[in-house]
Design a protein around this ligand. Structure first.
Ligand code: NAD
Ligand code: DAU
Length: 337
């Protein structure tokens, strides 16, 4: 019998890309549990087979609802794949409160249900739990790098990872954790760096770089994140953490330069704006464990081509992002960004 996956946050950016990817590459049946916050979008699940994908609108911190959904996961390969989170650093700096509720209490609610019903659990986390690196640091993040989060967002993600680890050790929860680097691709909210600059340029607005633009992120296509999560679900060792990354380090200035080039604009046609408080300088992932132990490799090796596809997606799907654009920019304008 095909497995059932309960995918939390499946109407958000990475969760919806996972649902599309898993529907195409496996025969799994998928229940999406999503609160449809400002970051969730029903339209991100459009076109998926209705007999295989069901959206349940609800909160991961709702213990009754979560208990009912998890109780239905009775197949031997059924699992919870937990993407739901408040995910944006800038929002966490203006109002940390929903980050604590969703990222900590929400994760606690899910792992309690998973242990009660003995259901396999995969926790989606971020490289930001490790803090940041110097630009010239020869060491990248590995599974043994000490936790050192900087923002309300990353500290609540770090806390959620620690909860999962404790539930594995104390209660025998059958869980794995993955910490991935910055994702790009279709269906990402226009508050985030790459879609913000693409949609600004579509609207004839100059891109906005925080500070000097020297901060480095390690970019991976969302589909490669999805293939890694499927590999961990199928072959990952219980209790283990796997770092996911595709050797995609680029400074923000370089990324803006590539986007400007794709729009036929000069590489310096951007504005410097107020920097993010506590802005992490550099993230970089060493994904050797995932590659050697589980045989995973990324498919997207050409960042420029991936960015060109992403630009094409935003040009072709204006109905998807337009409703959020003005409000998002108004919020950035209030913080001088
Ligand atoms: P997103 O903000 O685009 O999507 C989050 C989704 O979770 C939305 O659909 C939202 O409606 C839903 N949600 C929020 N609160 C909820 C709640 N209380 N109950 C149910 N649903 C709720 O985020 P994203 O960028 O897709 O990130 C998804 C996950 O991946 C997060 O856990 C994030 O920490 C992690 N992650 C993101 C990146 C990245 O580059 N974006 C990289 C590594 C890890
Ligand atoms: O590393 C993984 C993390 O990547 C995830 O855990 C987060 O959920 C995800 O949002 C992302 O966090 P970042 O803070 O790195 O992503 P963001 O898109 O907000 O910003 C990327 C970089 O670009 C960062 O250095 C800040 C900068 N930036 C961002 C915006 C929105 C700008 O220079 N200008 C902008 O307009």
């Amino acid at each position: 019998m095909p497995r059932t996956l309960l995918v939390t946050g499946g109407a958000g950016f990475i969760g919806s890309n996972f649902v599309h990817y898993a529907t195409e590459h496996t025969d799994a049946r998928i229940i999406v549990l999503d609160k449809l916050t400002y970051a969730g979008n029903r339209a991100s699940l459009a076109g998926l087979p209705e007999d295989r994908v069901t959206l349940v609108e609800g909160d991961i911190a709702d213990a009754d609802l979560v208990g009912r959904l998890v109780a239905d996961l009775t197949g031997p390969d059924d699992a919870i794949v937990h993407y739901a989170a408040e995910s944006h650093n800038d929002n966490s700096l203006s109002d940390p409160s929903p980050f604590l509720t969703t990222n900590l209490i929400g994760t606690y609610t899910l792992i309690e249900a998973a242990r009660r019903h003995d259901v396999r659990f995969h926790h989606i986390s971020t490289d930001e739990v490790y803090g940041d690196l110097e630009l010239d640091d020869p060491q990248r993040f590995t599974e043994s790098t000490p936790y050192n989060p900087s923002s309300p967002y990353s500290s609540t993600k770090a806390g959620s990872d620690l909860l999962v680890r404790a539930w594995v050790r104390s209660f025998g929860l059958r869980a794995t954790i993955s910490n991935c680097s910055n994702n790009y691709g279709p269906r990402q909210h226009v508050e985030k760096f790459i879609p913000r600059q693409i949609t600004n340029l579509i609207d004839g607005i100059r891109p906005r770089l925080y500070g000097a633009g020297q901060n480095v992120r390690d970019w991976i296509h969302a589909d490669d994140h999805s293939s890694a999560v499927l590999a961990i679900l199928d072959r990952g060792r219980i209790g283990e953490t796997y770092l996911i990354g595709a050797d995609g380090e680029k400074s923000n200035k370089e990324v803006v330069g590539l986007i400007l080039e794709a729009f036929g604009r000069p590489a310096d046609d951007f504005d410097h704006v107020t920097d993010r408080p506590g802005h992490d300088l550099r993230y970089a992932i060493d994904s050797t464990k995932l590659r050697t132990e589980l045989g995973w490799t990324p498919s997207f090796s050409d960042f420029e081509a991936g960015i060109a596809d992403t630009i094409a997606w935003y040009r072709d799907n204006e109905d998807w992002w337009r409703p959020q654009k003005a409000e998002t920019e108004a919020k950035y304008a209030r913080s001088g960004q």
